[in-house]
Design a protein around this ligand. Structure first.
Ligand SMILES: Nc1ncnc2c1ncn2[C@@H]1O[C@H](COP(=O)(O)OP(=O)(O)OP(=O)(O)O)[C@@H](O)[C@H]1O
Ligand SMILES: [Mg+2]
Length: 320
């Protein structure tokens, strides 16, 4: 691990289930296990925003929880800079705030837990944080129920910043919000990003959103990282057919339709994935080789791609 690395995922996998309960053992049942994440590798460097994008169910939240250390992987290894202080922001602003606590106490909690301020200075710091996210100091006296979804997400952001993180994990932080509110929250996050030089992992199913937020993008399909490259390279020279299809299908940032499954074709059952390349059942270029062999994640000029073929799909419109 170099001094610039904040987090390294090395061939990280996660299988859910598969372990039989006592009753199932007695009945001779073996529960099916589900490979939610398969050999995902990437490194997040100090100061960068790494984005992950993919359809619903592809394993994004699983990767987020593993990256945050909230869950152990079932395979692979994780490297973490020793002194990293991290915070997480979740998708659902309605369930992620304790309804019985006043906003002031919600935001103060990380400050108190990590003893980041003297007791007498905590309130002033909470006021400062609330103003930083576009709320007022007086909002601290209210309960979360008194706020809209967008305002609650501002409270979540204030709480995360209160912990003075050097690494922030954001799992679909704006997916539950209306388009106009989403734009405001993304602006706020970009502003904070620039001012506080935060390192972050930004996760979304929305390609325009990740384009706006991330320096590098990892594209995830059915638990696998199929492409990883700097944001410009992803959009200008997509190498994986799935990336190309996502680009063609992407709505405008301000479109109301933000589908979780934007491209044509059925998403395979994750408990019974296709042989070989996981994307082959939806890929217009698939051959026999794709059914037989799983492609390696290999280096391209700018990034990495998991595809047998050396495609440059810059000029290829693929959406029907
Ligand atoms: N605790 C669990 N037990 C069993 N299966 C799970 C569990 N959590 C997630 N899964 C399954 O693992 C796969 C990946 O789920 P995950 O929540 O990581 O996807 P996601 O990309 O975050 O989806 P979304 O965009 O809907 O949030 C899915 O098939 C899901 O059903
Ligand atoms: Mg999720």
């Amino acid at each position: 691990m170099s001094a610039e690395d904040v987090l390294i995922l090395d061939a990280v996998s996660k299988a859910y289930g598969g372990r039989a309960s006592m009753l199932e053992k007695m009945l001779g049942h073996r529960p099916k296990s589900l490979q939610a994440v398969r050999e995902v590798s990437f490194t997040i460097r100090k100061g960068e925003v790494m984005g992950l994008v993919g359809e619903s169910g592809c394993g994004k939240s699983t990767i987020a929880r593993i990256a945050a250390g909230l869950m152990a992987p079932t395979g692979g290894a994780i490297g973490r800079a020793g002194d990293t202080r991290q915070q997480m922001i979740f998708q659902d602003p309605f369930s992620s705030l304790n309804p019985r606590w006043r906003v002031h106490d919600i935001v103060a909690e990380p400050i108190r837990t990590h003893k980041l301020r003297a007791k007498k200075d905590v309130s002033a710091r909470v006021g400062e944080l609330l103003r930083q996210v576009g709320l007022s100091e007086a909002d601290g006296a209210k309960f979360p129920q008194a706020f809209s979804g967008g305002q609650r997400q501002r409270i979540s952001i204030a709480r995360a910043l209160a912990g003075e993180p050097d690494f922030l994990i954001l799992d679909e932080p704006t997916s539950a919000l209306d388009v106009s509110v989403q734009a405001q929250i993304l602006d706020l996050l970009r502003d904070l990003q620039a001012r506080l030089h935060l390192t972050s992992l930004f996760i979304t199913h929305n390609l325009p959103v990740v384009r706006l937020m991330a320096d590098r993008i990892g594209v995830v399909y059915l638990g696998e990282l199929v492409e990883l490259a700097p944001t410009d390279a992803i959009f200008e020279h997509p190498r994986h057919p799935y990336t190309r299809l996502l680009i063609d299908a992407a709505p405008d940032l301000d479109a109301e339709d933000r589908s979780l499954h934007p491209i044509p074709g059925e998403l395979p059952d994750p408990s019974d994935p296709p042989s070989g390349c996981v994307f082959r059942t939806r890929c217009p270029f698939a051959t026999d080789l794709c059914a037989k062999e799983r492609p390696e994640l290999r280096n391209t000029g700018a990034g990495k791609v998991r595809c047998h073929y050396d495609l440059d799909l810059a000029e290829t419109e693929m959406a029907a």
